[in-house]
Design a protein around this ligand. Structure first.
Ligand code: RIB
Length: 302
C-alpha cells in the first residue's frame, strides 16, 4: 500500500467562538471556549488516516503535556509516529483562534517546536520514501525543511503535494517538484501575482502555477468549491451546501482526503469531489481534528 508521508506542524488550538471577531484594541465578551488538537500538518495527517490512508507523520512537539497528548492522539488514529520528535528546548505549537457566528476565523500561531523541525531531523524519513508514495507538506515548518524534503522526495520518485498555507512566497525550485499544489484564492494571488476577481483570473492563476512547474494546481474556493484544469479547460467541483459552524481545518481535511484519493488512483475529478465532501462534513462540527470524518461518513454522501 502506498504511504502518505505528512511533514508538518502539530499544534494545540485554543478556540473562542463568539458573535464577532475582535478588531485591534477591542474586547468581545460572551464567547465559548474549547481546546482542540490542531496544526495544519497534524490535521492533514489525521484526515488522511481517518479516510483510509497509510499515514506516517514527521513533526516536532515540545517536551510538555500538549506534545504528549498529541502523540497519543496520532497513535489512536493509526498514524505512524516514529518520526514525531520531541524538542527539549521549545514548547509545543499553540494556535489562538477566534471563530465568529458565521464560522469565519482568524488564527495566530506560536510555532514553538514546529520552527525547529530541521532537515537534519529528517534523514531517516527520506529513507522510507518509495516511488509513488505521497509526500504532503504545508508552510508551518521552516522553508529549508520543505525545500530539503521536496528535493529528496523527488529524487525518490514520490508524488509531492504542497498546501501553500499560511500564504508565503515559494521558490520556483520547490514548485517545479510538485505533483499537486492546493492554494486558496489569497495564496494563489501571492504565488502568481495575479489578482483574482473572476473565473478568467482563476484560470490564469492555475495556468501560471502550471507554467511555474506544478503538475496539477487545484484552487480551493471555500463554500464555492474548487477549481482545476483539465486539458487547459477550467473545471469546477461545487461544494455541498451545509450549515457551517466552524471552518477551522477545512482546508486541511481537503488536502488529507485528496492525498488518500490519489493514493487509491481515483479519477482526478472524483478525487477532488471526495476531498470536498470530507471537508464539507468537517465544517458542520467544532474543532480541527475533532471535526474530521471517518471514511464511511464520506462514502455515505458521495
Ligand atoms: O488550518 C487550521 C490550523 O491552522 C489550526 O488547527 C491551527 O493550529 C493552525 O495551524
Amino acid at each position: 500500500m502506498k504511504k502518505i508521508i505528512v511533514v508538518g506542524s502539530s499544534n494545540t488550538d485554543m478556540v473562542i467562538k463568539s458573535e464577532k471577531l475582535a478588531s485591534p484594541g477591542e474586547t468581545v465578551l460572551g464567547g465559548e471556549f474549547y481546546m482542540a488538537a490542531g496544526g495544519k500538518g497534524a490535521n492533514q495527517a489525521v484526515a488522511a488516516a481517518r479516510l483510509g490512508g497509510n499515514v506516517y507523520f514527521a513533526a516536532k512537539v515540545g517536551d510538555d503535556l500538549f506534545g504528549k497528548q498529541a502523540i497519543e492522539n496520532y497513535k489512536n488514529d493509526n498514524i505512524n509516529t516514529d518520526f514525531v520528535f520531541i524538542d527539549k528546548q521549545n514548547s509545543s505549537g499553540i494556535a489562538l483562534i477566534m471563530v465568529d457566528k458565521n464560522a469565519e476565523n482568524c488564527i495566530s500561531v506560536a510555532g514553538g517546536a514546529n520552527n525547529n523541525l530541521l532537515p537534519e531531523d529528517l534523514e531517516e524519513v527520506i529513507n522510507i520514501i518509495n516511488k509513488d508514495d505521497i509526500v504532503l507538506m504545508q508552510m508551518e515548518v521552516p522553508i529549508k525543511t520543505i525545500e530539503f524534503v521536496a528535493q529528496e522526495a523527488s529524487k525518490r520518485g514520490a508524488l509531492i503535494v504542497l498546501n501553500p498555507a499560511p500564504a508565503a512566497k515559494i521558490s520556483k525550485s520547490i514548485i517545479e517538484k510538485l505533483f499537486l499544489i492546493t492554494p486558496n484564492k489569497n495564496e494563489a494571488e501571492l504565488l502568481t501575482g495575479i489578482s483574482i476577481k473572476n473565473d478568467d483570473d482563476i484560470k490564469s492563476a492555475l495556468l501560471k502555477l502550471r507554467e511555474m512547474g506544478a503538475e496539477k494546481p487545484v484552487m480551493t474556493l471555500g463554500s464555492k468549491g474548487s477549481a482545476y484544469l483539465s486539458n487547459d479547460i477550467l473545471e469546477f467541483v461545487a461544494s455541498r451546501k451545509v450549515e457551517a459552524v466552524d471552518t477551522v481545518g477545512a482546508g486541511d481535511v481537503f488536502n488529507g482526503a485528496l492525498c488518500v484519493a490519489i493514493s487509491e488512483n481515483m479519477d482526478f475529478k472524483k478525487a477532488i469531489n471526495f476531498a470536498s465532501c470530507a471537508a464539507s462534513i468537517s465544517v458542520t462540527r467544532k474543532g480541527a481534528q475533532s471535526s474530521i470524518p471517518q471514511r464511511k461518513e464520506v462514502d455515505m454522501i458521495i
